[in-house]
Design a protein around this ligand. Structure first.
Ligand SMILES: *Cc1c(COP(=O)(O)O)cnc(C)c1O
Length: 222
């Protein structure tokens, strides 16, 4: 099943859109099954679980992890050494803490700014105005060891496609507007992480470059 679904996504996704396989709550064996189907990018949302899986999968050198969960500033050392991208930077405080960690450790950290566009009040993130302010305020001077590679957003949890369509459309406009206003960043600010198992087709219509797919590939979380 895992292999078939990965094959299906590889056929359906345009070549410029990356498949991020969300392996949270699923065992290492499932990751290996996806790996043998050619999948290389996986995402986790909990620091401890990420560390354990990284350790178990050390031998697979071309396997890449992303982090997509809420990241507390006291957990950075469990996450940042092991991931090639953090999708879920949801506050200036976290951005500052990542900069400090990167400088202290001589590393460059790739991140996306998580936007708050869904109607649920529980979802974290920057408002579109705040994200615009960050990107037009010389981020490369304020956070020199952090590379802001784009935006991440989650649609509302609803069956009403029009609602999600509207949200993704607003994110796409903001993304394009930032790229237009900050041409000096256009080489690095190029990723739009949008779309999950239920709404990735809508996200593709709005320029998503990364879809984060969990349950469609691995089954429901236990
Ligand atoms: C769990 C999760 C996903 C995957 O969701 P599915 O609906 O299982 O595809 C994507 N993004 C984030 C941020 C998640 O926490």
């Amino acid at each position: 099943m895992i292999k078939e679904t990965i094959d299906l996504f590889n056929r359906e996704l345009p070549s410029e859109t990356k498949l991020v396989a969300v392996s949270k709550f699923h065992p290492v064996e499932d990751i290996l099954e996806a790996y043998s189907a050619g999948q290389r990018i996986f995402a986790e949302s909990r620091p401890q679980e990420l560390s354990a899986k990284v350790k178990a999968l050390e031998a697979y050198e071309d396997l890449e992890f992303h982090f997509i969960g809420h990241l507390q500033t006291n957990k950075l050392k469990l996450v940042l050494p092991y991931v090639s991208l953090v999708h879920s930077v949801d506050s200036l405080r976290l951005l500052d803490a990542i900069q400090k960690w990167a400088a202290d450790n001589g590393r460059r950290v790739n991140v996306l700014l998580e936007l708050h566009v869904a109607s649920e009040s529980t979802k974290q993130g920057f408002t579109p105005d705040e994200a615009m302010e960050v990107m037009t305020g010389h981020p490369q001077d304020k956070w020199p060891d952090v590379r802001i590679c784009g935006l991440m957003a989650m649609g509302s949890f609803t069956d009403d496609e029009a609602v999600v369509e509207g949200e993704f459309s607003r994110v796409e406009s903001l993304f394009n507007e930032i790229r237009k206003k900050c041409p000096e960043l256009s080489d690095t600010f190029r990723e739009l992480s949008m779309g999950m198992s239920e709404d990735w087709r809508i996200a593709l219509r709005h320029g998503s470059t990364m879809v984060r797919i969990g349950s469609s590939i691995f089954g429901p979380c236990h």
